[in-house]
Design a protein around this ligand. Sequence first.
Ligand code: GLN
Length: 215
Amino acid sequence: MSGAPTVGVLALQGDVREHLAALTAQGATAVPVRRPEELAAVDGLVLPGGESTTIAKLAVRFGLMDPLRAAVRAGLPVYGSCAGMVLLADRLLAAPAGQETVGGLDVTVRRNAFGRQVDSFESTVRLGGEAVPAVFIRAPWVEEAGPGVEVLGRVVGGEGDGKIVAVRQGDLLATSFHPELTGDRRVHALFVDIVRDARERRSGAVAGDERRADT
Ligand code: GLN
């Protein structure tokens, strides 16, 4: 299949505009998602930074929580940044009792992990072999990652030295930091590639089914 992939940004709360711009810069058709019908129309989805408890409550209220869970189970590529990482996590530490998540990512995530006093700071993250500047805002980190989770990035130096801040599990991607707020587009480029590949796999599978149905 050709043409730009359509990538949604969950637009209930948080830094939606910045993700839409970063995705557009990577050649995706970027659209806000607030309703189940809009979710059903995207090839991939970004869960933005913001406040995960608020986003989760709004997702329940807007009737999106179950469709989001179903979409992740069905294999929709999803990238969660900061609060989005919290929302993708299967297990949370330092979260209010009963905080709901979308889940799907086999990690234990600690909310506000860098200390409550540190509202926001810049640091360097080693992403693959490269040093990437990263902005953290009341950020979580990954305390524990399951066997199927690939660690993509760790903090270099400072308080969180060595902490896991970027992970991938199949077509799910999560970062503790906010690449949409820096000029560095590597994470969005990677995610748009993941979405393109997933879409090609799906359309290949559909074409295969049609060929089988023809015979
Ligand atoms: N601390 C926030 C939360 O857990 C995340 C902060 C952010 O997304 N910048 O939801």
